[in-house]
Design a protein around this ligand. Structure first.
Ligand code: M6R
Length: 615
């Protein structure tokens, strides 16, 4: 996820140090814009992956020793490839306004068209650049810098945090935000702004939060905050636990990255859904590269992936077949490569990979292309190896995931694949427009429902406590509840090291039910719809053999609760196909609670790597 640091009346070294502290968030390029006391502005940008900040530091080593006003940025690409010309800060046509930005400007395409028609020239592929030109236009109209930023933010849709400097204002930095974090700090003769507390720790005596749609004027002698309308606001002071060191700050006060990343799931989904509807209401997958005609021509989809990404792919199969009526296979990437699959130019092979670097998935995509099939990747890393090699790409916008156990990326993958399924349905005419619209509206409800499910962590913890000590777990589900069960079992295995089997509930009686005995914990995902009754029957079968039954059930499902010893309640989701991002949350929390009780390092489980680049 991108990071912002800005300083008024401070040293360039403070900005570079801030960028260093933001590196943990993951980034692909970095840059700074510096306005010196003479009113000269210069910009340095480096796109050298995780070496960028170090390279930037070298290039800035001979920078001014005197106090400057400066903004710096670590970029995690969303719009436009990681490259120097897409790295922040971005400037306006005059080169005197420099902008750094986190988040997404949802309506950048229409704003850019309008600004271009007004004579503005764009030089990057980013959504950020429109902000620089909007500020430029407002300044030309007579606004001062804070007023110009306010005018720009009134035009912008989406979630974002921005910081802006101007060559003509050597002592002023302005910043604003909507639904993306931005903090302010003041010290002796220096004021700062940053997207992340870690960049401010030890640099400021007092910290403040900036609220949505507020503008901060950051000057060496302090900060002033107003609304977008210019009315003054007293910013809320932020008190930080004095015991927090840099690592604690980077985890945002969470005990570990896994819990931080679970908490980021509503945002990951919301960002993945941002900007996907065109002005005519039709779905638009901007970065896709494949055309609607390409996708109308396919007669089969094969999803290839590993681990949690494979489980997301399994959910996609139900959605692709139901909505787009296209036959879909899902294959574990390491198996797919060696089974001589039948692929041709009418096959769409979809690789699902958080990292975009997993070797088995990469090779499966290469094999697909050699066979003449179209290769599409769903990846969280812009310009990853898979994204570069595939014919098409859809990006999940979950931000970097540090914890080895995938959480927010898995949810974002499910949502991105459901968007793909709905897009195919629209382009192939298998669903009426109003049904697609209604389903997309429902997708937009998921962030709130996921937040609701996350808010029940204490109840999940109590269930985990009740079954703590068990060694054998079965996770059962049917239909989309089956991949959710598999994901729940995988989470438990990888971070708690407990034996956990994910199984299709109906298959249990064909063998594994022999393993059920008193002490076995069976977690059943009770999905609304045609299979609900059947899962409940399977639950009765294991309960009668002595298992301790935990059900994941929608609020109010008293029948399911009556069959179980413990219930993990979830907020209802109208269409079962959209339920996995919600029903998987209690299972993540369940695995997390059990792993923590066992004293395990949930971020770095034994024997596992975050990205598997070997066969
Ligand atoms: O980067 P990828 O999505 O391709 O990674 C795939 C798997 O290695 C990954 O999902 C793994 O199973 C996770 N540790 C699951 O939490």
């Amino acid at each position: 996820m991108c990071g912002i640091i800005g300083v008024a009346g401070g040293s360039v070294k403070t900005v570079v140090e801030g960028l260093r502290r933001l590196e943990y968030r993951g980034y692909d390029s970095a840059g700074v814009a510096v306005v010196d006391g003479e009113g000269a502005m210069w910009r340095v940008r480096v796109a050298d992956g995780t070496r960028s900040v170090e390279e930037l530091a070298l290039r800035l080593a001979d920078g001014p020793a005197a106090p400057v006003t400066s903004v710096g940025h670590t970029r995690w690409a969303t719009h436009g490839q990681p490259s120097e010309h897409n790295a922040h800060p971005h400037v306006d046509c005059t080169g005197r306004v420099a902008v750094v930005h986190n988040g997404i400007v949802e309506n950048h395409t229409e704003l850019a068209a309008e600004l271009a028609a007004g004579g503005h020239t764009f030089v990057s592929d980013t959504d950020t650049e429109v902000v620089a030109h909007l500020v430029e236009a407002a300044l030309a109209g007579g606004a001062d810098l804070p007023g110009a930023l306010a005018a720009a933010l009134r035009r912008v849709r989406g979630s974002f945090a921005v910081a802006v400097v101007h060559a003509g204002e050597p002592d002023l930095l302005v910043a604003g935000r909507r639904s993306a974090p931005l903090l302010l700090g003041t010290g002796a003769g220096t004021s700062l702004v940053a997207s992340d507390l870690s960049a401010l720790l030890g640099e400021a005596d007092q910290l403040f939060t900036l609220d949505d749609d507020q503008i901060a004027e950051v000057r060496p002698d302090g900060v002033r905050v107003t609304t977008l309308a210019g009315d003054p606001v007293v910013p809320a002071a932020l008190s930080v636990d004095p015991a927090w060191d840099l690592e604690a700050a980077q985890k945002g006060g969470y005990d570990d990255f896994m819990s931080k990343e679970m908490s980021e799931q509503p945002r990951a989904i919301a960002d993945t859904l941002l900007d996907r509807r065109g002005t005519d209401g039709r779905l638009v997958l901007d970065e896709l590269r494949l055309t609607e005609d390409d996708l109308r021509a396919i007669d089969k989809v094969v999803v290839v992936a590993c681990g949690s990404s494979y489980h997301a792919g399994m959910v996609a199969k139900y959605a692709l077949e139901r909505w787009a009526r296209v036959p879909t296979e899902v294959d574990i990437a390491s198996e797919h490569r060696y089974r001589d699959p039948v692929l041709d130019e009418r096959t769409l092979v979809v690789g699902v990979s958080q990292s975009g670097e997993t070797l088995d998935t990469l090779e499966a995509l290469r094999e697909a292309r050699r066979s003449g099939a179209r290769a599409l990747v769903v990846s969280n890393v812009v310009h990853s190896q898979m994204a570069r090699e595939a014919d098409g790409v859809i990006y999940t916008r979950a931000g970097p995931e540090v914890g080895v156990a995938s959480t927010k990326c898995h949810l974002a993958q499910v949502v991105a694949l459901e968007l793909l399924a709905l897009s195919l349905a629209q382009w192939r005419g298998t669903l009426p427009t109003e049904v697609v619209t209604a389903l997309v509206d429902e997708l937009h409800l998921l962030p709130q429902k996921v937040a609701d499910a996350l808010g029940r962590a204490k109840e999940v913890e109590a269930v985990a406590e009740a079954v703590a000590g068990a060694r054998d777990f079965f996770f059962l589900g049917r239909h989309v509840g089956y991949p959710v069960a598999l994901e729940g079992a995988l989470k438990l295995k990888e971070i708690s090291y407990l034996r956990a089997e994910g199984y299709p509930a109906g298959e249990l009686k064909h063998g594994p039910i022999a393993l059920i005995e008193p002490g076995t914990v069976v977690v059943a995902v009770v999905t609304r719809g045609a299979v609900r009754e059947k899962v409940l029957t399977n639950v009765a079968e294991v309960a009668s053999r002595g298992a301790t039954v935990v059900v994941v059930a929608e609020d109010g499902d008293t029948t399911a609760a009556a069959r179980a010893h413990h219930v993990l309640w979830t907020p209802p989701v109208a269409d079962p196909l959209l339920s996995p991002p919600v029903t998987v949350v209690p299972l993540q929390l369940f695995a997390y609670s059990l792993a923590r009780r066992l004293g395990n390092d949930v971020d770095r489980p034994r024997n596992l790597a975050k990205t598997v680049t070997v066969e």
